[in-house]
Design a protein around this ligand. Structure first.
Ligand code: HEM
Length: 499
């Protein structure tokens, strides 16, 4: 079993060097430059000079604002902010076209490009042309093979046990649980231990680990940079820029300590985890290795990308389960039947929870926790046979709206119904209509990891607890590039001591 290192309980640094606001993201190209017939794409009716389409917009919820606009304006629309146009696409036919890898590729723009100062050319934020993307992809992809996943399973169970120990205490005390807070602890510990042999000790803390606070800080800052005009940014974001610098420095220090601990403890090798691959493995064809600076970027990338989205997915699923007694009863019956009342599930037993997996898919349909991704034209082309695009022109795909397109999902797309993911229903739908993990070569490398972890944890929780929703709670979705149900708590009762 891999040895874990412990994290120092430091706070993000508060000593403030001058803020280093980076220049506008390199990947940004205003749509006027790339869409010759932009005028044919609708935009909101009341545009303000200079500010653009900001009436009714809320800087804290740009995604939900865009969803409302998309509902009114249709499957392709544009928004203008501070003199720049953005094209949004959500209609199933147009998204299927954007998924054609021979004509389109990932575009690193907006929020993703804003993360470059911290994640650099790590896998998520790398430009397509950067050689470190292919190098890191080839070195790290085997870290998500079936065999690798089976190796992570016991560590995932260890972390889940810590969660249930904590939830048992809350249950005995008759106190509700903070769902997003505890899911974040669980998923951070899981990626840290399975990927890097590191233990943040999250469950021994009452407040989130400083790593989480620093991460939320950088994600929120990246989102704010999208909604503040670049000219005003140095003024408006001065204080926030300073805090962001401190947060980034803290993330870097934490990651450097994790890598140093691995080198010092036993030297790399022997853990067989992602960190070993980063430190030890050479590219199978070229023999090239990741540089120390790139390893730093990759560790931050995986610690952040590997937990924030899964935590949101689990939280939304628990919200819907607690509100849907019939769904919950079916899911639990499946767990009882497949796993039995006692004992820990083996690796192979997790994927057998087919209905629990549908609950997860349906939650990711309504709230894909990485809610948008951008695609750019590889060459001059015409989107959907109607909208000419020049090479490099790009559009943002709104997965939340794609997943509500009535042409695919029917008249009541807001209804939570896991049977939408029954095999026959999936077969009856066209391709590319469900995209919570992105698309093509740059789709999520951690998909299987996330699905295994989340299915395992939902199964364990359903077997152990009855979930009681707070009757006064109405779903509020918090945005910080990713999505999370804001303020969600649940009351629990233990089903039976054996479970
Ligand atoms: C429910 C959980 C998750 C969701 C919804 C999700 C979603 C996504 C999406 C939409 C993308 C593509 C972004 C784009 O096109 O710009 C992506 C990429 C990525 N994800 Fe995930 N993800 C999840 C879990 C994970 C986990 C557990 C890991 C790591 C253990 C991970 C690591 C990554 C990385 C490294 C990339 C970049 C891949 C590349 O460009 O080569 N994700 N994810």
């Amino acid at each position: 079993m891999a040895q874990t290192t412990r994290s120092a309980a430091g706070q993000p640094a508060s000593a403030a060097p001058p803020p280093s606001l980076p220049p506008p993201p390199k990947g940004f190209r205003s749509a006027e430059l790339g869409w010759p017939e932009l005028h044919r794409i609708p935009h909101p009716p009341r545009r303000l000079p200079f500010l653009g389409d900001v009436l009714g917009a809320d800087a804290r919820t740009p995604l939900q604002d865009s969803m409302r606009m998309g509902q009114r304006l249709g499957p392709i629309f544009r928004r203008k902010a501070f003199g720049k146009e953005f094209v949004f696409v959500w209609g199933a036919g147009l998204v299927a076209d954007l998924a054609d890898e021979s004509r389109f590729a990932k575009h690193v723009g907006l929020g993703v490009a804003n993360l470059r100062p911290v994640a650099g050319d790590g896998l998520f934020t790398a430009y397509n042309h950067e050689p470190n993307w292919q190098l890191a992809h080839d070195i790290l992809a085997p870290g998500f093979s079936r065999e690798a996943m089976a190796g992570y399973h016991p560590l995932m169970l260890d972390v889940a046990r810590q969660l249930t120990a904590r939830w048992d205490e809350r249950e005995s005390a008759g106190r509700p649980v903070d769902v997003p807070g505890d899911m974040t602890k669980l998923t951070l510990e899981t990626i840290a231990r399975t990927g890097f042999g590191h233990d943040f000790g999250s469950f021994e803390r009452s407040a989130p680990h400083p790593f989480v606070r620093a991460m939320v800080g950088t994600l929120s800052f990246a989102q704010r940079r999208n909604v503040v005009p670049p000219l005003l940014a140095p003024l408006v974001l001065r204080g926030a820029g300073r805090r962001n610098d401190a947060d980034m420095a803290y993330l870097n220090r934490t990651v450097d300590a994790v890598v140093a601990a691995r080198r010092a403890a036993s030297g790399p090798g022997g853990h067989g985890d992602l960190l070993d691959r980063m430190l030890e493995v050479a590219h199978p064809e070229t023999g090239e290795r990741l540089s120390p600076e790139n390893i730093r970027r990759q560790v931050i990338t995986f610690l952040v990308a590997g937990h924030e989205t899964t935590s949101g997915a689990l939280s939304f699923a628990l919200h819907y389960l607690s509100r849907s007694p019939e769904v919950l009863a079916r899911a639990r019956a499946e767990v009882d039947e497949v796993w039995g009342a006692e004992g820990e599930p083996a690796y192979e037993q997790v994927a057998k929870l087919r209905y629990v997996r549908r609950v997860l898919d349906e939650s990711l349909r309504l709230w894909p926790t990485a809610p948008a991704f951008a695609r750019e034209a590889r060459e001059d082309t015409t989107l959907g046979g109607e909208h000419p695009m020049r090479r490099g022109a790009w559009a943002l795909v709104l997965a939340t709206m794609l997943h509500r397109d009535p042409a695919v999902w029917g008249e009541h797309p807001e209804e939570f119904d896991p049977d939408r993911f029954a095999p026959s229903a999936v077969r009856a739908r066209p391709a590319h209509v469900f995209k919570p993990f992105g698309t093509g070569a740059r789709a999520c490398i951690g998909r299987q990891f996330a699905l295994h972890e989340a299915t395992l944890v939902l199964g364990l929780l359903l077997r152990r607890y009855d979930l009681h929703a707070d009757p006064g709670y109405r779903l509020r979705v918090a945005e910080r590039l990713t999505l999370m149900p804001d303020g969600l708590t649940l009351r629990l009762t233990r089903r039976s001591p054996a479970a």
